[in-house]
Design a protein around this ligand. Structure first.
Ligand code: SF4
Length: 276
């Protein structure tokens, strides 16, 4: 079967590129794309029809899309193997929270260090609002993980986020080293970890994983080494590379009948694990 005729188990569906934050390393900065709910539902049906089993809602900021509760309910109706959501946690409408609970979704909330550093990175004084969102998720028994980006300019940020995660009683903490995509493309000099810093950071995460085993599921996820399939708000299904230059477009979704398969070999070799 040709690659474009079947999609992977999990696809990140960017429901919007709109966002209420302006993170300086944003992988998918606002670009005005914001499809309506009907369009997104048709695309999700298409993905399910082509092999997707787990939907990972992301953005932009997915909670800003008014159709998100409907999309979550749609995925639940498909009896999918799982629903994921990544959010900045600045807002969490009750209707979204109710659907996350009903879907037994796994939610990742981004926190980038202590309050001062987080607000500096996000560009708004929102740390307290994010903490309140995490508390609401935990109190409703939603599987919640804190996600943080490791930056060369803020190595101690990990310890602040680790402490907060333990205090809030979340399920896990995911650490992702900075990659120079999107807004981060121009900030690599400030943010990119050297090889030595990367090794040190990984060792620190491993050490914490052992120390807090049973209390906190600590993971290191490097997007450079893991193929990441994304449905963009403009309908492109893409394998994301370490920067936009390495992206591979698999297909373009419009209305279902308009979907056209594109062989990855016509746009370049898909990035291989370990080579991005
Ligand atoms: S990283 Fe996330 S929260 Fe920050 S600007 Fe980008 S989409 Fe918004």
């Amino acid at each position: 079967m040709r690659r474009a005729e079947r999609v992977p188990d999990m696809v990140c569906v960017r429901v919007t590129r709109a966002c209420n934050a302006r993170c300086s390393f944003c992988l998918a900065p606002p670009d005005g794309n914001h499809p309506n709910t009907d369009t997104l539902q048709r695309r999700i049906d298409w993905l399910f029809g082509h092999g997707m089993r787990v939907v990972h809602f992301c953005g932009g900021e997915p909670t800003l899309h008014p159709g998100l509760p409907r999309l979550l309910a749609q995925v639940r109706a498909h009896a999918a193997r799982g629903t994921r959501l990544t959010t900045n946690g600045i807002v969490m409408p009750d209707a979204v929270l109710d659907e996350l609970r009903a879907s037994e979704a796994r939610v990742k909330v981004s926190v980038h260090g202590d309050a001062a550093h987080h607000d500096h990175i996000v560009g708004r004084p929102v740390h307290d609002a994010v903490v309140r969102t995490i508390q609401r998720l935990v109190s409703r028994n939603v599987h919640t993980t804190v996600q943080t980006t490791m930056l060369a300019s803020n190595p101690e940020g990990f310890d602040a986020v680790l402490k907060l995660s333990l205090e809030l009683g979340v399920h896990g903490l995911t650490v992702m080293p900075f990659i120079p995509r999107g807004s981060g493309l121009n900030r690599a000099d400030d943010f990119a970890l050297s090889e030595a810093q990367r090794r040190q950071a990984r060792a620190r995460v491993r050490q914490a994983r052992r120390a807090f085993s049973g209390r906190l599921d600590l993971r290191w996820i490097d997007l450079v080494t893991k193929p990441f399939y994304v449905l963009e708000p403009d309908g492109r299904l893409v394998i994301e590379g370490r920067s936009e230059r390495f992206d591979v477009e698999l297909t373009q979704l419009g209305a279902p009948s308009e979907a056209r398969a594109i062989s990855p070999t016509s746009t370049g070799r898909p990035p291989q694990p370990g080579s991005r």
